[in-house]
Design a protein around this ligand. Sequence first.
Ligand SMILES: Nc1nc2c(c(=O)[nH]1)N[C@H]1C(S)=C(S)[C@@H](COP(=O)(O)OP(=O)(O)OC[C@H]3O[C@@H](n4cnc5c(=O)[nH]c(N)nc54)[C@H](O)[C@@H]3O)O[C@H]1N2
Ligand SMILES: Nc1nc2c(c(=O)[nH]1)N[C@H]1C(S)=C(S)[C@@H](COP(=O)(O)OP(=O)(O)OC[C@H]3O[C@@H](n4cnc5c(=O)[nH]c(N)nc54)[C@H](O)[C@@H]3O)O[C@H]1N2
Ligand SMILES: [Mo]
Length: 772
Amino acid sequence: MFSRRHPDRDVEADVDERALTVTGPEHEAAGVKAVLVSLQRSVESMGAVRTAATLAKLNQRHGFDCPGCAWPEEHGGRKIAEFCENGAKAVAEEATKRVVTAEFFARHSIADLEAQPEYWLSQQGRLTEPMVLRPGDDHYRPIGWSEAFELIADELRALDSPHQAVFYTSGRTSNEAAFLYQLLVRSFGTNNLPDCSNMCHESSGTALTDAIGIGKGSVTVEDLVLADLIVIAGQNPGTNHPRMLSVLEKAKANGANIIAVNPLPEAGLIRFKDPQKVHGVISDGVSIADEFVQIRLGGDMALFAGVGKLLLDADDRSPGSVVDRDFVAKHTAGFDAYESQTRTVDLDTVLEATGIDREQLDRVAGMMAGAERIVVCWAMGLTQQKHAVPSIAEITNVLLMRGMIGKPGAGLCPVRGHSNVQGDRTMGIWEKMPEAFLSALDTRFGIESPREHGYDTVDAIRAMRDGKAKVFLAMGGNFASATPDTEVTEAALRKCSLTVQVSTKLNRSHLVHGTTALILPSLGRTDRDVQAGGKQQVSVEDSMSMVHLSRGSLHPPSDDVLSEVSIICRLARAVLGPDHPVPWETFNGDYDTIRDAIAAVVPGCGDYNHKVRAPDGFQLPHPPRDSREFHTTTGKANFATNPLEWVRVPPGRLVLQTLRSHDQYNTTIYGLDDRYRGVKNGRRVVFVNPADLEAFGLSGGDRVDLVSEYTGADGVLQERRAEDFAVVAYSTPVGNAAAYYPETNPLVPLDHTAARSNTPVSKAIVVRLERR
Ligand SMILES: Nc1nc2c(c(=O)[nH]1)N[C@H]1C(S)=C(S)[C@@H](COP(=O)(O)OP(=O)(O)OC[C@H]3O[C@@H](n4cnc5c(=O)[nH]c(N)nc54)[C@H](O)[C@@H]3O)O[C@H]1N2
Ligand SMILES: Nc1nc2c(c(=O)[nH]1)N[C@H]1C(S)=C(S)[C@@H](COP(=O)(O)OP(=O)(O)OC[C@H]3O[C@@H](n4cnc5c(=O)[nH]c(N)nc54)[C@H](O)[C@@H]3O)O[C@H]1N2
Ligand SMILES: [Mo]
């Protein structure tokens, strides 16, 4: 019944959105339904036997790392099944038996495929052989691997400068592949290494590096379980990090309070049933948030500034009870400036910016003042704002004042997205790696890495748009759909002489192509990887700096699919020639040799091959967490003082956030339902407060166009349009709306980026609704 799909037919994917139904949000996450949904999904696409074999290995010591999110596995004996509904969906998506063959591309022209939605494209199955689109041709056709590598090498060598090439990375790439990829790119002569992190947690890295000297979070799972107060701001764990919920449940069982700061009452934040536990399945579930702060979009900096002021007031009433004077004196710099600025914060402004009332602000401050071990978690609601960096700095200020860094049960917890996005950065995927890394790389390999900074994601789009970059290569991801300003980005990609996508599944980036285009199919996390030296394993780093091995075991979708490591090594040989000092062939044959190189170059990775083989892997050093050491400009943790910023709603307009439904992984759409928000059979919906609907004379179900309004640096008003969305009345602050990414990416102006991190502002776009 579940045999491999016949390649002579397309997979049907129902994309009819006319059947949209809206039932209103659910008030709890997971539970029986989640288990059933995940198994049903997996069986549909993988078959029953493959499902059982695959899910049994997911996140187990001798299995593979979940290609879903970057939430860590728990230590000390894994549960029988350490996965969640959405992890199972991510696995089913990759481990599907459906395949896309040369015959599929012969049947479908580019124009034909371009007319299909992203959902349909990904449902067609795994890519099975390298394909090329030659200049002027309207179909992808098969090409041999060697010929493909020669073609790329010829294009790269024909450039006037290595800086005319851009090398993107998405966050699923293993540490081994990431390390070799940056080595190839730097050997070639550029730092043009944009990655998905530029659109994701770049703001966290920027703020934390200033404040504590390292861009990573300072807590472990154990700290969350020990905390007595956990704040979750701008994150929807029920959908995006479901395994986090069982940790929150444990923390609550230990007596922790939880504050959820979010414009939306997200199901997982309100109530949760643990599908991993029998009692969870049958009980009524646990109430997660003790305090739900329904904040206005972009109000977080004001919230934490207001809390800071109230904490100082509380300390005045009982000196030393709130401010950790000892920690502040010994370990921090800049407290006096922070204190004098924060004392002047106007609480009426805070109430206006956040939209909450004074009683709730007092309650939140009271909880922050009374707790002994506080963890603050955040994700895209904080990082994708214009003032993301100062907002995260304000959170850090409050934790520093309370001495909440470098002690058990307390700290900063940016919750990462892609399963290895943090590891990729550790391995050197960054357009501005520090000098120490580059010189270690040069010493190890006898190369000369370029020193001038490269393009990040937004700058890479500008460079292609302006004709400064001509070759685009992506190690995974879906650049055309994931980036802002779709029309501008697509035009930029189309200007390239060559676009190359290393991918597992078909996506829009294969159809928005340069003069010549290549699709290079790669193995995924779940696939068996056998090289000259035998069966290989790779390593990954989770959101809490734990590094461990991952071994795929499934039969690859075809014999003509290469691992990312092989693709990089063979491409390097073609581009850099046989005399290049890096032993590419040795690396390709045995990944232990790559790990030896990582040990020599990457800070904290000494003895990598040995340490990564410990049953649960090893934890990378984190000086603030480990020993309250801060490698900052002052040698101490830095308080920040920034002018207070928030997001205002212009009259007659709404501020729109773009977010994920429960049935997608970034640009990969699993289905058309958002179960927790009560939406079925449709993604072109916009969630609006009923009072706004009334003011606009609209009602639920009406169809509208979303028109974004943005004034550029030249003072000229720009408009962008996304057509035909159904209006859904929803609980969101007045003036704030929400709609799904990537359908709304055409509305995000390329220049609308966060100060300093250059992250696209995907969570605050001024729009008007135009009735159709
Ligand atoms: N199943 C699944 N898992 C995923 C992903 C996926 O697409 N699907 N994506 C992965 C990736 S790459 C990432 S980065 C993470 C993303 O994980 P999240 O950051 O949880 O993802 P978003 O859907 O963007 O949700 C942002 C949340 O922030 C809230 N929010 C928006 N603006 C504001 C604001 O101004 N202030 C506050 N306080 N809250 C705000 C929104 O209401 C929403 O709850 O998930 C990862 N895991
Ligand atoms: N408007 C708006 N835009 C956003 C966001 C938002 O919240 N709103 N979020 C941003 C964020 S947080 C992120 S992280 C980016 C995500 O940006 P990307 O990482 O570029 O996008 P994904 O959709 O995760 O990429 C999916 C594709 O990756 C390929 N793939 C999957 N697994 C593998 C693998 O193992 N190897 C290889 N080689 N390829 C693989 C498949 O072909 C699949 O089609 O989007 C950003 N864009
Ligand atoms: Mo992300």
